[in-house]
Design a binder for this molecule. Structure first.
Ligand SMILES: Cc1cc2nc3c(=O)[nH]c(=O)nc-3n(C[C@H](O)[C@H](O)[C@H](O)COP(=O)(O)OP(=O)(O)OC[C@H]3O[C@@H](n4cnc5c(N)ncnc54)[C@H](O)[C@@H]3O)c2cc1C
Ligand SMILES: NC(=O)c1ccc[n+]([C@@H]2O[C@H](COP(=O)([O-])OP(=O)(O)OC[C@H]3O[C@@H](n4cnc5c(N)ncnc54)[C@H](OP(=O)(O)O)[C@@H]3O)[C@@H](O)[C@H]2O)c1
Ligand SMILES: *[C@@H]1O[C@H](CO)[C@@H](O)[C@H](O)[C@H]1NC(C)=O
Ligand SMILES: *[C@@H]1O[C@H](CO)[C@@H](O)[C@H](O)[C@H]1NC(C)=O
Ligand SMILES: *[C@@H]1O[C@H](CO)[C@@H](O)[C@H](O)[C@H]1NC(C)=O
Ligand SMILES: *[C@@H]1O[C@H](CO)[C@@H](O)[C@H](O)[C@H]1NC(C)=O
Length: 742
């Protein structure tokens, strides 16, 4: 804050007032700069340091200049500094300021006036000189502009922190508001539930709900443009509109901060032309802001990012921020490096470049920029998608080297001046790794002894992974995900991949899913009044309950090429137990509790999301009136196994399951008829838009949560349909996406 005030003060001051006294340290510094052009020979051929500390001619000239052009305030402090420097360097003190008291006005006007032209010849003098008005003014404005810039570079860098502080505060604020809203709504609903068991709570069509609907329709829900959000755009992906706007604001802010307030002066002693000044100032500005962006990059990229649970935004959101801050920072680093390279090249071409390449700070800086560009290149969507592990390894290695080279690049300024932006990155990184380890320990403090059961069913092409969780300190929550490491395979033991918790099973003896032992099957279905006897496993998905002795987490894993393919192979051949590390839970439960109507639009393994939520949503405290699951699934066997596990869930009147088996034509023999009764089996892919529309019509003005988890196209179509429904006046519609990739 002080420096901002300082900057404002400086810019408000007229610059070209010749007669007025200058104030501040750049006035004293200006005199020193001007006087330093001359060499005074009264101290003999001593070192430069000796001369500048002990020389009486020099001191007299300097003091006379200061006396003539500068205000007295701050002078003592400035001299104390200079004096201390001399004591440190050569154990000598500056002559006292009072030595100029002996000169009266006439003598003073009789001293030689040093002009700039003369000074540029680096004269050796045997007399006292005083810089003339013009020369002093040039020296002063040179320093003043240079240090003004130096200060403002840093101030502008901090503006970025303020920017993200505002963004995060908005996130925290809106989360708090919706939490309070949700609680109030739930309270209201509990009181007003009518005798028929349904409540007729309607959204009050007030101004606030109207503006909220507009906000949802145009800002928070839609894709940035063209209805593509989960699906990539060629080689890149575009985040949602609200995220895109935030990122755009950040990019624009960076461009503005790198383009404004360059104080170019005429007759600058350091950089004679405006172009040279601009080159230098722009290079410095971009370099400094690039570095100040570093802590943000690391913070936003971490798995254990506290901002995530403060704002309720997922890893995907922060990952988008992470990418864009990194891109901006890299662009700035490139400008910085190119700028300095040009400046050096303009000195003496290749010769001076070679000279600089031997300087530690210089080649480290150039290397850091090259590495940052490499990091960007290795992070393109294509590589991330097709070779995730290679991307990750390169990403980590390059990041380490960026930090190391950056450290040496700015070390010439001291351990803290600029490295204070490198240390936080290291700290955040280490903290994240420690927290990851902590989470593994919290899941099972005897972490080496977590033995999971994996079964692979070739018909459904699904691995179901059961991990006993009876030692976990943290209770499983619906909609959360865990990172799984398979440690049996030492070569790949470091690899870990996220999987959504599908449900908690209390029976580990029967991994073959024969008996209905699922959370739902044990609870008295459609019985909202029976509060005392909800089952043990039902309680598992409640925040308070403690896991039972035999409880295990169940993950439904679709084998792809890497980690998941190895898991499937292992499950198919060994069938039995696999040693795993489990890191989690991560993510947060979307607040579906306060909605009356819920639609899950899921594809394939996306069914894990509704499964994990369902017992929670059908519990007595929830306000759900109707819960519809539309599931596109390729394999009939997958459907059959889920139905066996969850069949009584369908007896709850509120639940409706619509299944689209899209690939194999096998009929429904392997599922008992009564289990099929409440399942609507449909051919072909679901018509996403129609389903959403139908559900919105049924809900009317009630609040409808649409949760999508499935193939990118399906998610994008669902998002689009929700926006369309908001446009038709269904203000209660809310869209949530559980993304399986980022
Ligand atoms: C929050 C979340 C929950 C998930 N839940 C499930 C689930 O319940 N069931 C399920 O079958 N799958 C789930 N996935 C997807 C699962 O993580 C990937 O299928 C798995 O990582 C692929 O590993 P692979 O090495 O076999 O795949 P590869 O064939 O190497 O890659 C397949 C795809 O997965 C992406 N991917 C690979 N590793 C990761 C990673 N660590 N983080 C993010 N993306 C990655 C790649 O970019 C690529 O697009 C979930 C993903 C996320 C992000
Ligand atoms: N390699 C990866 O990218 C990867 C890895 C793991 C998980 N995932 C993601 O995890 C989710 C589930 O994966 P999965 O392998 O279990 O799914 P899956 O077996 O591919 O099943 C997806 C189902 O959704 C249907 N579907 C696809 N696009 C649709 C659309 N636009 N509208 C309606 N229905 C549509 C499919 O129908 P058809 O049979 O007609 O296609 C299929 O029945 C997906 O998001 C998937 O992308 C991706
Ligand atoms: C500095 O100089 C003073 C006298 O000029 C002397 O007493 C003192 O020992 C010197 N200190 C050092 C560290 O040389
Ligand atoms: C520097 O320090 C010495 C010794 O403390 C003192 O006599 C002298 O006046 C100081 N010089 C100035 C310019 O303040
Ligand atoms: C300093 O320089 C002047 C002229 O430049 C010369 O006359 C004088 O002798 C020199 N003095 C010493 C001490 O070198
Ligand atoms: C947890 O479950 C495992 C496997 O069923 C069992 O061997 C172990 O005794 C249980 N531990 C506790 C603390 O209940």
């Amino acid at each position: 804050m002080r420096s901002i005030a300082f900057v404002l003060l400086l810019s408000a001051r007229p610059i070209a007032a010749h007669v007025a006294l200058r104030s501040g340290k750049w006035c004293f510094g200006g005199c020193e700069t001007a006087v330093n052009y001359a060499t005074f020979n009264d101290t003999g051929p001593g070192s430069k340091k000796t001369r500048s500390c002990e020389g009486v001619l020099r001191a007299t000239s300097l003091y006379l200049c200061i006396d003539e052009y500068c205000e007295a305030s701050g002078r003592t402090a400035w001299f104390q500094d200079a004096n201390e420097t001399c004591i440190q360097r050569i154990n000598a003190t500056l002559p006292p300021y009072e030595i100029i008291d002996q000169f009266g006005p006439e003598e003073r006007s009789g001293f030689k006036r040093l002009s700039a032209d003369e000074a540029f010849k680096w004269p050796t003098l045997n007399e006292v000189v005083v810089p003339d008005d013009d020369f002093f003014e040039r020296a002063f404005t040179t320093l003043d502009a240079a240090y003004f810039e130096y200060d403002i570079h840093r101030v502008y860098g901090y503006v970025l922190f303020y920017f993200w502080a505002v963004v995060i505060s908005i996130g925290v604020g809106s989360r708090l508001l919706s939490l309070i809203h949700g609680l109030r709504r739930q309270e209201w609903q509990r009181v007003s539930t009518s005798p028929d068991g349904f409540n007729h709570f309607q959204t009050k069509p007030g101004i606030s709900s109207w503006s909220q609907a507009l906000l949802k329709r145009y800002v928070t829900i839609p894709a940035a443009f063209n209805n593509r959000c989960s699906q990539p755009f060629g080689w890149c992906s575009v985040p949602t509109r609200i995220q895109s706007l935030t990122i755009l604001a950040f990019v624009v802010l960076n461009i503005v901060l790198c383009s404004i307030n360059y104080r170019l002066t005429d007759g600058n002693l350091y950089w004679p032309t405006h172009t040279a000044q601009l080159l230098r100032f722009v290079s410095d500005r971009t370099g400094i802001i690039s570095l100040i962006n570093f802590p943000l990059i690391w913070l936003f990229g971490m798995r254990n990012n506290t901002l995530m649970w403060m704002t309720g935004w997922g890893f995907g959101t922060y990952n988008n921020f992470h990418r864009w801050v990194a891109r901006v920072s890299t662009a700035q680093a490139v400008v910085h490096s190119v700028g300095y390279t040009i400046m050096i090249w303009e000195g003496d071409g290749l010769a001076s470049l070679m000279k600089y390449l031997h300087k530690h700070y210089f080649w480290n800086g150039e290397l850091a920029t090259i590495l940052m560009c490499a990091l960007l290149a290795f992070s393109v969507y294509g590589l991330r998608r097709s070779h995730y592990e290679i991307f990750l390894t390169l990403h980590i290695i390059c990041s380490v080297f960026v930090l190391v080279t950056m450290y040496y690049h700015v070390l010439i300024f001291g351990y803290w001046e600029w490295n204070s932006f490198v240390y936080p990155c290291v700290a955040v990184w280490i903290l994240d790794r420690l927290l990851r380890g902590g989470r593994i320990l919290a899941f099972n403090y005897r972490f080496w002894n977590t033995k999971a059961t994996a079964t692979y069913d070739p018909d459904s092409h699904i691995v179901s992974l059961r991990v006993p969780c009876n030692k976990s300190w943290l209770n499983p929550q619906p909609g959360t995900y865990y990172y799984i490491y398979v440690v049996d395979d030492l070569l790949y033991a470091h690899q870990n991949h996220p999987f959504t918790l599908a449900y908690v099973s209390t029976d580990i003896e029967r991994p073959d899913l024969q008996l209905p032992l699922s959370p739902i099957s044990e609870r008295p279905s459609a019985d909202r009044a029976g509060s005392s006897d909800s089952s043990e496993s039902d309680a598992l998905l409640q925040p308070t309950a403690c896991p039972s002795k035999t409880a295990s987490l169940v993950f439904l894993v679709r084998p792809y090429d890497g980690f998941t393919a190895r898991l499937a192979k292992r499950a198919a051949t060994h069938q039995a137990s696999i040693r795993v590390l489990v890191e989690g839970p991560y993510g947060h439960t979307v607040p579906l509790h306060s909605f009356t109507n819920i639609l899950f639009m899921v594809g394939g393994t996306g069914i894990a999301v509704p499964l994990s939520h369902i017992s929670h949503l059908l519990s007595e405290t929830s306000s759900v009136v109707s819960l519809r699951i539309v599931w596109a699934v390729r394999e009939h066997a997958f459907l059959a196994s889920i139905l066996r596990e969850f069949h009584t869930l369908l007896e709850d009147e509120r639940v409706e399951l619509e299944v689209h088996v899209t690939q194999d034509e096998k009929n429904t023999d392997d599922v008992p008829a009564d289990e099929m009764k409440r399942v609507k089996l449909m051919p072909g892919r679901p018509a996403v838009h129609d389903v959403v529309e139908e559900m919105a019509r049924e809900s009317g003005y009630d609040r409808l949560a649409v949760v999508a988890c499935g193939p990118a196209r399906m998610a994008d179509e669902t998002r689009k349909a929700c926006v369309a429904m908001l446009g038709r006046g269904f203000r209660g519609v809310e869209y949530f996406e559980e993304s399986f990739k980022w």
